[in-house]
Design a protein around this ligand. Structure first.
Ligand code: ACO
Length: 356
């Protein structure tokens, strides 16, 4: 695939990413961020070099992954991979802040390798070693396919990774913080977060959303398809959000990059379907699309298997999870909500042999 992009178009999109990242997401109040400022150039280059140096999976982890069934659900396999990575981390057992930052860096570097390796093993292919000459997104596509991607394609993937990277108290991040609040380790908290992300009401929606778009197939069918689904009281995956009720600020960015990719590939069919579905969902239910609805077709245009959509979400969101885990531990108090019982209060204890 050969891709090229106009500088003016993508500069405008870069500004949109900034706007999306700095948007007021309202509601929750966090403690101070880990460092309180963006890295300077030397720090950024140092961090990038560190990531590149940590990408390889320990041989014992690769051997464990080779034993997994080839038809394992990728999110289940990824959860297992993180459990295995924990056992080989040189900082295992050290839960200091510095050790957690090192563990988070290794996990970020290695999760992308694990997603690519798991996919290749499931296909009976050799695992591709990371290329330290490539950036994070380009290297992922390289490890997945065994071929270096076009620069623009890697940039589009990178944009989706930025959009997915952090999103305050979503279900998986909250899961991670609850686990961290027991002073369990960072890896355990990320394993729990991956389990939460898999669900179709959360991260799993980016796989289900693609099923919807493919089922519709052509833009002309979109309106009737949505109307019929709503008539049958079905949920249209990739729409609605617990917090965003008018718009998900990430959508416009994903939509623009998806349209650019479609234009470069000379096939705007998926973008056209999405736009019609969005119009009908707003008109009929006043529901807005979430980022999954526009990220999913981007991955599909890159010929990435649908079952990897949520693992890719995870390999990005591990940044947010790790930051939240470290922030939680910095100022920890155990999460322990009360529950209010609303059932019968006049029940008498029945010994087992009298229970019928
Ligand atoms: N399709 C059709 N109708 C919907 C949808 C949808 N995707 N989402 C909500 N509704 C309807 C509900 O049926 C309900 O209608 P009613 O009042 O007529 O009964 C109303 O909107 C409110 O629904 P709730 O479930 O109460 O909304 P809530 O805010 O609790 O749910 C959720 C949010 C879970 C995300 C929901 O919108 C949904 O199931 N969406 C599809 C799954 C999805 O895309 N998840 C990704 C979330 S974003 C992320 O994780 C990156």
């Amino acid at each position: 695939m050969h891709l090229d992009r106009g500088a003016a178009e993508t500069d405008a999109v870069d500004e949109d990413i900034q706007a999306s990242l700095s948007a007021d997401h309202g509601g929750y109040h966090f403690g101070p961020p880990a460092f309180g400022r963006l890295p300077n150039r030397a720090e950024l280059e140092g961090f990038d070099a560190e990531l590149r140096s940590h990408r390889s999976l320990p041989p014992g982890v690769v051997e464990s992954l080779e034993l997994l069934p080839s038809d394992a659900v990728p999110m289940d396999a990824l959860r297992t991979a993180v459990s295995a990575l924990a056992l080989y981390d040189p900082d295992a057992g050290d839960d200091s802040r510095d050790a957690n930052l090192r563990k988070a860096t290794r996990l970020l570097a290695r999760l992308a390798t694990a997603v690519a390796a798991l996919h290749r093993l499931s296909q009976g292919l050799e695992v591709v070693a990371p290329d330290p000459g490539l950036n994070h997104a380009a290297n992922f596509l390289y490890m997945l396919r065994g071929e270096r991607p076009e620069e623009f394609e890697a940039r589009v993937l990178e944009v989706t990774l930025i959009l997915y990277m952090e999103h305050e108290f979503n279900a998986s991040t909250f899961t991670a913080r609850v686990i961290a609040s027991t002073l369990a380790d960072l890896y355990g908290a990320v394993v729990g977060a991956i389990a939460a992300l898999k669900g179709p009401l959360h991260g799993g929606a980016n796989e289900k959303a693609m099923d919807v778009i493919l089922e519709i197939g052509v833009p002309e069918r979109a309106e009737a398809w949505v109307e019929e689904s709503l008539r049958q009281k079905k949920r249209v995956m990739g729409f609605g959000h617990r917090i965003y009720k008018t718009a998900d600020s990430r959508v416009e960015v994903a939509k623009k990059w998806g349209a650019l990719l479609g234009k470069q590939l000379d096939d705007t069919r998926l973008s056209d379907i999405c736009i019609t579905v969005e119009e009908v969902m707003r008109r009929e239910k006043n529901l807005c699309p979430n980022v999954d609805f526009y990220a999913a077709p981007i991955y599909h245009m890159m010929e990435i298997p649908i079952a990897l959509n949520t693992p890719i979400f995870a390999m990005s969101r591990v940044v947010g999870w790790s930051a939240h885990i470290i922030e939680q531990i910095d100022n920890n108090r155990l999460f322990r909500p009360n529950s209010r019982y609303v059932g019968a209060t006049d029940l008498e204890f029945q010994p087992l042999d009298r229970r019928g």
